[in-house]
Design a protein around this ligand. Structure first.
Ligand code: KIV
Length: 272
């Protein structure tokens, strides 16, 4: 088996900052398992997010709330084994960092030590300042996440566009500046108006990665199951579907079933 280890220059948090300064856009996708991570890394993705969206797309939950720290570490460990080049960021799940900086530190250290990932991501602004600051003091790179923060879905009540009014927009802008000031290396902005995302990207030097935040940011992220067309019932306006893997897989499995029923598979060449 061939290996690409050492063949490519690895992506670091510093490299992402250089990319922003040079105007080179950052490509990020989610990944939850070894096989997919290997394909995405081989294709040249810059950042892989072991997102707590694993709760939805891997475990079939309605929200990201139920996924645990142990689940996240298991997914992250699998992803790390498949990656040679990309920067691997792991979501700290709901209930593992909010309102308790010691727990935030413990959770983040477990993620880094047990999975071998390179950074963690936490949702929220000033409300989680203490938790993020404590994690940063341990030398763990932190990516922020503002706008629609799915871990707070029961507070918002809906997955609609955030920060449409001036008050929420101003708070988001202040939160982004705060996250940069305390030392976050990047921020995800989810589902906010494109003009606001542009203001944020211009106001800070750290890379801003958008999902449903328009084109005027420093990079884009999508959930890999959504952009490959594996997910069927999720078609928000911001999603561009690059493949129809649901149909491809369904057709392949249909053909397999047909061949078995017709006693066509396996044939003599496929038998010992
Ligand atoms: O968990 C996730 O997939 C995310 C992205 C939507 C950014 O946080």
């Amino acid at each position: 088996m061939s290996t690409a280890k050492g063949k490519f220059k690895k992506i670091t948090t510093h490299k992402l900052r250089e990319m922003k300064a040079a105007g080179e856009k950052i490509a990020m996708l989610t990944a939850y398992d070894y096989s997919m991570a290997k394909i995405l890394d081989g294709a040249g993705i810059d950042v892989l997010l072991v997102g707590d969206s694993a709760s939805n797309v891997m475990a079939g939950n309605e929200t990201t709330v139920p996924i645990t720290l142990d689940h996240m570490i298991w997914h992250a460990t699998s992803v790390v084994k498949g990656v040679d080049r990309a920067l691997i960021v792991v979501d700290v799940p709901f209930g593992s960092y909010q309102g308790n900086s010691s727990e935030a530190l413990r959770s983040s250290i477990r993620i880094m030590k047990e999975s071998g990932a390179h950074a963690v991501k936490m949702e929220g602004g000033v409300e989680v300042k203490e938790s993020i600051t404590r994690v940063l003091t341990a030398g763990i790179p932190v990516m922020g996440h503002l706008g629609l923060t799915p871990q707070s879905i029961y507070k918002f009540g809906t997955y609609t566009v955030r920060a449409k009014d001036e008050q929420e927009a101003e708070k988001l802008l202040e939160d982004a500046k705060l996250l940069e000031e305390i030392g976050c290396f990047s921020i995800v902005l989810e589902k906010i108006p494109a003009d606001l995302a542009k203001r944020v990207a211009e106001a800070v030097d750290i890379p801003i990665i958008g999902i449903g935040a328009g084109p005027h940011v420093d990079g884009q992220v999508l959930v890999v199951h959504d952009m490959l067309g594996i997910t069927q019932d999720f078609k928000p306006r911001f999603l561009r579907q690059y493949a129809d893997l649901n149909k491809t897989i369904s057709d392949a499995v249909g053909a397999y079933i047909k061949d078995i029923k017709a006693e066509d598979f396996p044939n003599t060449e496929e038998s010992y």
